[in-house]
Design a protein around this ligand. Structure first.
Ligand SMILES: O=C(O)[C@H](O)[C@@H](O)[C@H](O)[C@H](O)COP(=O)(O)O
Length: 259
């Protein structure tokens, strides 16, 4: 299957979240039926959390065997444990606290008051090691079933911001970020090589403030200038948008059903 991006455009962000949640449930159930487990990478931000809240409200959520699901994060805001701005705290509130997950399979990124203290590079290295321990033979990260990414108005994904060193990383799978333009400035993030190990990468973009970013990333921009352009899955790359976020896409890209 080609990994050229595919697009699905929904009427508005709520419908996008509900449809993406339904899609995610199906994917997890399929992976668990064929392999016994599934691995998902969560994203921070409003769209990622909106999807999790929609999943929490979906009656079909009980089709998932939550105890056989591995959860990872694409990035984390390097803040103390329990901080309301941490991506994991927000994910817990939106969904994780209301489903019977196996705590050993919830792989939160380290907090800034944990065993690595304020050493964000050590925290990143520890997460890279945790990923490597779960990787298939010869791999450095697991072949995630689905990796989700919110897209920033500047085309950032995870904590890979345009032109910053993290987006240029070609070897390490997880790095520390300092001086991020979106607060907080210190973060831990998967790199593009780690993201590209996922079977499916889903990029979530809703709202008019994402329209330019989507148009740039989908029009052949380079990944250093437009990190979202470099986020590809090995089997599939899927952009899930609402109509305002899709409003500046070149007509050639716009899906026929919504043209
Ligand atoms: O820690 C974070 O903030 C993120 O993981 C970040 O990459 C986010 O996903 C985008 O900024 C989109 O965020 P929204 O969905 O809120 O626009």
């Amino acid at each position: 299957m080609s990994n050229a991006p595919q697009l699905v455009v929904h009427r508005d962000k709520d419908l996008m979240a509900q449809a993406a949640a339904a899609r995610l449930i199906t994917k997890i159930v399929d992976a668990q039926s064929s392999r016994g487990t599934a691995s998902i990478v969560l994203t921070g931000g409003r769209n990622g959390n909106g999807l999790l809240a929609a999943l929490a409200a979906a009656p079909a959520r009980d089709a998932v065997d939550w105890s056989r699901l591995d959860l990872w994060w694409g990035d984390e805001r390097f803040l103390p444990e329990g901080d309301p701005d941490r991506n994991v705290t927000q994910a817990r509130e939106a969904l994780l606290d209301s489903v019977p997950l196996d705590p050993k399979r919830v792989h939160a990124m380290p907090a800034s008051d944990g065993e690595y203290g304020s050493d964000v590079e050590a925290a990143a290295e520890a997460y890279a090691e945790e990923l490597a321990r779960s990787a298939e033979l010869h791999g450095v990260v697991p072949a995630f079933d689905i990796l989700m990414l919110g897209v920033g108005p500047d085309t950032h994904v995870a904590s890979l911001f345009p032109e910053l060193p993290a987006v240029r990383e070609e070897v390490r799978t997880v790095v520390g970020v300092r001086g991020a333009p979106k607060p907080p400035p210190t973060r831990v993030t998967l790199t593009l090589p780690a993201i590209r190990a996922a079977k499916e990468v889903w990029l979530l973009a809703a709202g008019e403030d994402k329209a330019q970013a989507a148009a740039i990333a989908l029009s052949g921009a380079g990944e250093i200038q437009a990190p979202a352009a470099g986020a590809r899955g090995t089997a599939r790359t899927l952009w899930l948008l609402d109509q305002p976020a899709a409003s500046q896409l070149p007509r050639a890209l716009y899906p026929p059903a919504t043209a």
